[in-house]
Write a protein that binds this ligand. Structure first.
Ligand SMILES: CC(C)(COP(=O)(O)OP(=O)(O)OC[C@H]1O[C@@H](n2cnc3c(N)ncnc32)[C@H](O)[C@@H]1OP(=O)(O)O)[C@@H](O)C(=O)NCCC(=O)NCCS
Length: 186
């Protein structure tokens, strides 16, 4: 069972999934200051570069505290950060976890997130002992639902007014993936 000894570095055909470093702050700010990227997310659209620096420092500390981690998704060709993703909740007793992810708008539509999630899910099933992975998606976020479907996720239903952010309640669709349903992409 994965026990937070070293940050798990994952390699795919076009990507490196690695720990984010302070030098990634400008690229992370560029991603999360784009309102199209944060449109369906429960985080504010970043307005100050310092928010990215703080987030990277917070993620570093939470990994050191063995609480959670989030991969930086970088292009293998030049190590530039183009997104982030990881398990936002891990119930070790129940052997399930929830994923979250975001990608720079300039990188959309090229299959990068299915490729990155494939590596994360393989890690989850093989190294974290997961039986099931979940994702909660607002119904309007068709791109996210399509990404999940490519990996074998099924939409299992709508959780009414499940979320509250940016001053409004949000329905969320629950997508679930069982280990044997996983179809890697990329
Ligand atoms: C959801 C997201 C991660 C998908 O990543 P991706 O690497 O572009 O995924 P894919 O290449 O598989 O494309 C998925 C779908 O996005 C849509 N899409 C593709 N290019 C697009 C573009 N330029 N603009 C808008 N949508 C686009 C298509 O519907 C595509 O499905 P298709 O391949 O069946 O045509 C990305 O759109 C994103 O970061 N969105 C903002 C953050 C977010 O919503 N995160 C998920 C929260 S649950």
């Amino acid at each position: 069972m994965y026990a937070f000894e070293t940050f798990p570095r994952l390699i795919t055909r076009r990507l490196i999934l690695r720990e984010m470093r302070p030098e990634d702050a400008p690229a992370l700010f560029a991603i999360l200051s784009d309102p199209e990227v944060t449109r369906y997310l429960d985080i504010p659209t970043f307005t100050e570069p310092a928010q990215a620096e703080t987030l990277i420092a917070r993620l570093h500390a939470s990994f050191a505290a063995k609480e959670r981690w989030r991969w930086g998704i970088a292009r293998a060709s030049d190590d530039t950060l183009i997104g982030t993703g990881g398990f936002v909740r891990w119930n070790q007793g129940w052997r399930n976890a929830e994923i979250g992810y975001d990608l720079a708008r300039s990188a959309w539509g090229q299959g990068f997130m299915p490729e990155a999630l494939s590596a994360m899910l393989a890690f989850g099933f093989d190294q974290m002992g997961l039986r099931r992975v979940e994702a909660e998606v607002v119904p309007e976020n068709e791109a996210s639902a399509r990404t999940l479907a490519k990996l074998g996720f099924r939409c299992e239903g709508t959780l009414r007014q499940r979320g509250y952010w940016k001053g409004a309640y949000h329905d969320l669709q629950l997508h679930g993936l069982l280990r044997e349903e996983f179809t890697p992409a990329g």
